[in-house]
Design a protein around this ligand. Sequence first.
Ligand code: HEC
Ligand code: HEC
Length: 282
Amino acid sequence: MKIFKHVPQPAAALAMIFIVACGATNAHAKVDYHGIPLGAAAAKQGGALIAVCAACHGITGTSAATEYPNLAAQRYNYLLKQLEDFRDGARKSTIMSGMAMTIPASADNQNLKEIAAYFSRQPLLTAGVAAVPGARANAAQLKEGQKIYTQGLASDNIPACAACHGLGADGNGPMAIPALALQHAVYLLTQLDQFASGARSNSPGQVMTSIARTMTKQQMTAVAVYLQQLNPDSTLGIGPKNYHEYVRAVDLRQQAKKSSAVAAPQSAAQPKTETSKSKPKR
Ligand code: HEC
Ligand code: HEC
């Protein structure tokens, strides 16, 4: 995938335009969903608009299957754009193009706005995100992913993903740039593949198409695996300071769960709030 070396660095140039346009430091704007009142259909878990989505994305937007993206805590503007793109055919997916048709049309897109607002308000539960297989064993892969994500690879003309998606990978609301932290690696990899092949072509100015085409499969995998275990709190100084600590914390929690399940099976009925760490709301 080195064809891009011979043309004037399109991905890097596009990245610069975006960085200038979004002021680069604006990655933590948290208030993009405010002011969208939830109507009865979406206000409650299991409201009519949400119920159909829950089968795949989970009732609060944390999905159990790794090919279905988590929607919880995703940027409101990004979710709304994707729903419009699925509906209008700008983004194609056998499943989601059909799903978008099931959402009743409404004045001023109210239904789509409510769905986007509902999911963007849900905390992302790390407990619901499958552990990265071999995360600790494959430290080299995580390191490569972190390097690509935070610094890019100038030699391969790959821009730093963090420039647009934010250092904590929590996206950018006003720019409709998605959060990527704690997203399923399988889903992220599929999207990078689809951008590269042209199957997904809805990024503004084809920016993600240009970027994905500079990447090898190995580089895509490394960055996807890195993102799945990235705790966005770490750059905000709230949560574990780095991914090693994070992976260790998850291990410890799982061990504690196992041993308490052996000692006292009835404890399984306890509320799960302690094991589910929530992202700050945005
Ligand atoms: C049968 C499973 C299924 C159901 C039901 C479903 N989805 Fe999806 N959804 C998917 C899959 C698969 C994708 C990834 C599509 C792709 O690869 O482009 C997806 C992607 C999305 C995305 C894009 C997320 C991102 O990060 O870009 C949004 C938004 C979304 N779905 C919203 C909804 C809403 C709202 C509903 C209910 C009206 C719904 N989905 C119902 C399977 C499902
Ligand atoms: C110049 C800004 C920019 C840079 C740099 C950038 N992205 Fe993106 N990315 C975007 C935008 C904008 C979107 C949303 C596209 C859309 O509207 O569908 C996006 C979407 C994505 C998605 C789809 C997420 C989802 O939920 O479906 C993935 C995956 C992704 N980017 C990964 C990366 C990776 C990995 C890098 C670094 C190698 C990177 N991006 C660098 C702007 C950027």
